[in-house]
Each structure stands twice: as C-alpha cells, then as structure tokens.
Design a protein around this ligand. Structure first.
Ligand code: HOC
Length: 386
C-alpha cells in the first residue's frame, strides 16, 4: 500500500488489471479529445501563492455539502458501468466513500442496483438520474431512490445523447465482454479481474433491468439509451422533478451562466460545472476555466461544484480558490477501484486528502473554508477575473 504514493501509481496498476475495453471506456473522451485534455491541462495555469509564518494547527478540510457533513469538499461522481471496472464496483466504491466520510453518487447506468448498494451500506448515498422519455420509469427510479433513503438527487443534463467515443467503437466495447479470441487473451492477462467477476452475482444493469427488456450487452445498452433518454427535455420538465424530489437537488452538466441561472430559478440546491469529463461535447471549454464566471453570476445563490479534470488534492484547492463549494471525481475513483477494489478507492481518497491538506498549509491556511481567490495567480489569459 505504501508504494501507492500518488494517483498515477493507482492508474498504472489499473491499466495492468482491468481489461482493455473497460480501460478505454474510462479513459477516452469524445472525438479529438481536445476537451478531455483541456480539463486537466488548464489546472496547470493556476499557480499558488506560498505564505509563511502562519499558525497551521489544527488543520481541517471538513465541509458541509448540500447540508451534509463531509471530511473534505469532494464527492465520488456518478460513473456508468462501474461494476465492470471491478466486480461489485458500485458497492465497493460506496463503502469506501462511507468509511472515509464523503458522498458517493450512484449512476442510473450502474451494474449494481440502488437496492444492492443500499443493502451493503449504512449511510445514505446520492442517486444520479438520467431523464427518460418514459416519465413513469423515471418516476419509479426516483421512488426507488427515496425508498433506499438516498440523500440527494443528481440530475445530469449533458447526456441526453451519447458523445461519440472512438475508443469504445475500436475496442468493440461490450458489457459483459464478448468472448472473442482477443478478449480471452486480454482477460487471461488480467486473471484477478476475471476471478472477481466470476465470483459475484451483481452483473446486471441494476437500475434499468426489467424496464429495458432485451438489454444484454453494451451494444443493446447503447441502442436502449439512444431510444430511451429524453432528447426533448426542457427546464419545465426539470421543474417537475424538483417538485417530485423534496430533498437536495443537484444539477450536473452546467457550463454556461444562462443555464446556471435557470437552475437557481427552479430552486436547485447545487449545480455541478461539468462537461462530463470531456466525453460529450468535444471542443467545449474546460470546466475549471468556466468556473469563475459561473461562481460570479450565481455563487451567492446556489452551491457551485466542479467536475471534470480533478486529478489531485492540489486541484481541489485550486477549485476552492476559484469559488467551488466542492469537486466531483470520476476517473480517479475508477483508477483506485480497478487497481485495488475498495482499498484502492480509499487510498485515492487518502492521497487527495493529504495533498489538499499540505497544499492548504503551504498557502497559509488551516481551514478549507478560508481558501479564496487571493491564494492563486493565473498564468494564462483564459482565466480572467469576472
Ligand atoms: C451505454 C451507457 O456517464 C458515461 C456515463 C453514462 C453513459 C451511459 C451509456 O459513460 O459518460
């Protein structure tokens, strides 16, 4: 465990242990992957101001996120098909988050069901919703989330159609993987993944099963998704879900001030500035470069979160300095999970916590709440003060 010093150590192990088609699903962005790259490289333009001779005891990253206490300003993002990265992936990630003290978000497109995750955890998790044309089915998902005592609903708005991800097509991405000769050879090189998969019974599309008849593999799932997700979604529809769900409502996939203002109008509790990890609209700006203008416009009325591109505890501090209430992390969780199961997710959280705490101290703060815009300088004109 001690050899895992940074996220890249987990990522290397992840690449060794998880079959290529699921690696490709996690790692790729859409089309040219320009936005995927900008999401991480734009963080490099935000530099810290080093401060000295400050009282740095005691230090705390503790935060309240949509009314809940968290050990640091981070939530595990909803990631589709997590249970293919590691057997029981959604359950293990939820348990790691619970033990560490941060929220876990279960995707609509999970392998393990809402009920299976609830049965194996004690504290509430968040449920992420993709709105379907079939409103009764969508409503049932919300009812199931309520019955499982989920403590926030995360409605994702930037995936009513799926972005074109070339790696998935090249890898012949299927879930479960088809037993072609190349797949058998690839899996034989990763026996740990295969053994774990064989030992679990959670190998279904847990939240859509029963409603999506005929969904047996990823190709069917792609077709089902294309036919089922509502491409005529309007703000009026979202208002309907606001009324159905009385708890905290988080809207994910906001990149423009006009859309952020709509979320405020309909009474959402938080928005997540996100371009879906560069997996949807390629050529979009990075989330981190968009954050300051959205915070300036609505940050005093709603919690503004950041997703897409966070790869270290230092990135958490950068996002905080630009006004984010918290961050969501997707790929870092997948690296940890695929590398070492639950222990890998825990290790990722520990690393991010250590890095964030140390960085906070170096810039002269002992409490995460005190991080502010004066703690960073910009090295690039794309970050302008608003
Ligand atoms: C075929 C299933 O958030 C992603 C996910 C969800 C996509 C569902 C597609 O991969 O970006």
């Amino acid at each position: 465990m001690s050899l895992i010093c940074e996220l890249n150590d987990l990522r290397r192990l992840y690449h060794k242990r998880v079959p290529k088609m699921f690696q490709g699903y996690c790692e790729s962005g859409s089309w040219t992957q320009q936005t995927l790259k900008l999401n991480t490289s734009d963080f490099d333009h935000i530099l810290f101001r080093q401060r000295v001779a400050r009282d740095l005891e005691p230090r705390s990253l503790a935060t309240r996120l949509v009314g809940h206490d968290a050990k640091m300003p981070l939530a595990l993002a909803p990631v589709g098909l997590l249970g293919m990265q590691h057997a029981d992936g959604e359950i293990l990630a939820a348990q790691a988050a619970e033990e560490f003290g941060v929220p876990f978000t279960l995707s609509t497109m999970s392998i393990c069901s809402i009920e299976a995750v609830a049965a194996k955890t004690q504290s509430p998790f968040w449920f992420q919703l993709y709105v379907q044309k079939d409103r009764e089915f969508t409503k049932k998902l919300i009812d199931r989330a309520k019955a499982a005592a989920c403590s926030a609903l995360v409605v994702t708005l930037d995936l009513q159609m799926i972005g074109r991800r070339h790696a998935d097509h090249r890898n012949g991405m299927t879930a479960p993987p088809r037993l072609t000769l190349p797949n058998i050879i690839d899996m034989a090189r990763r026996p740990r993944w295969a053994m774990n998969m064989l030992q679990t019974s959670n190998r279904e599309f847990g939240n859509i099963q029963g409603c999506a008849t005929g969904v047996d593999d990823m190709n069917d799932l792609m077709k089902w998704t294309a036919g089922s997700f509502d491409t005529k979604l309007s703000w009026e529809d979202i208002r309907y879900f606001r009324d159905l769900w009385q708890g905290p409502l988080i809207i994910k996939g906001i990149m423009e001030v006009e859309d952020a203002k709509e979320c405020v109008k309909l009474g959402a509790d938080a928005i997540v500035v996100s371009n879906h990890g560069g997996r949807q609209l390629d050529g979009a700006r990075s989330s981190i470069s968009t954050l300051p203008e959205i915070v300036a416009a609505v940050g005093d009325q709603i919690e503004v979160w950041l997703d897409s591109g966070v790869r270290s505890g230092q990135d958490i501090i950068r996002a905080k300095a630009l006004g984010a209430k918290g961050v969501m992390v997707g790929r870092p969780m997948v690296y940890g999970l695929g590398a070492m199961g639950k222990a890998g997710v825990t290790r990722m959280l520990e690393i991010f916590h250590e890095e964030a705490e140390l960085t906070m101290a170096f810039i002269g703060h002992r409490d995460i709440k005190d991080i502010n815009r004066n703690d960073v300088v910009f090295q690039h004109e794309k970050f302008r003060d608003v």
